[in-house]
Design a protein around this ligand. Structure first.
Ligand SMILES: [Zn+2]
Length: 177
């Protein structure tokens, strides 16, 4: 939490504002990648907190997450968007805020920076909404949260609602357009 896809609200405006300086797919993949460890571990341990380890750490953002986010952004998503566009033409699969995401390739430096920025933004949001975000994994002694009331239900539900509204607004405004 926030719900994984909602994490993109922190980075999409960067791309819309400075489309040449940021890589949309790398920002987006970076922003959601951390939760891959949560969704893969959840079926086994049945708790959302326990799944949070290296991919929710600064170390992970510069290593595992970076690698996976760049691969997804550079190869998987463009391939998928191309396939979908081919299969169901005219639905805007490749479009985001006036840019064709398949042909909008950036230099490696921009892609890598964008993936890292996305990853850091994920941790930045998480520290406000979890009792503990293992930023310094595997070195850790005390739980890390930005505010002591991070898991207060009123607080976390409010953030979830605000971020959710922003998410659907941005999807409506930019995705497929
Ligand atoms: Zn997370």
């Amino acid at each position: 939490m926030p719900l994984t896809p909602f994490h993109v609200v922190a980075v999409w405006p960067l791309y819309v504002r400075w489309p040449r300086r940021w890589d949309l797919l790398a920002l987006s993949m970076g922003a959601i990648m951390s939760d891959l460890e949560v969704v893969t571990v959840y079926p086994i341990v049945r708790t959302w907190e326990a799944g949070r380890g290296i991919m929710h750490s600064i170390l992970g953002v510069f290593t595992v997450n970076l690698l996976l986010a760049v691969l997804a952004a550079r190869y998987f998503v463009p391939w998928l968007a191309g396939r979908l566009d081919h299969r169901f033409p005219g639905k805007g699969w490749r479009m985001f805020a006036g840019h064709d995401i398949v042909t909008d390739r950036k230099r490696w430096g921009i892609t890598v920076t964008s993936a890292i920025m996305g990853g850091l933004s994920h941790l930045g949001l998480d520290v406000f909404m979890h009792y503990d975000t293992p930023l310094l994994w595997p070195w850790r002694s005390v739980p890390i949260a930005a505010v002591p009331w991070a898991i207060d239900p009123v607080w976390s539900t409010s953030i979830e609602v605000v971020v959710g509204v922003l998410f659907f607004f941005m999807v409506w405004k930019w995705v497929g357009k």
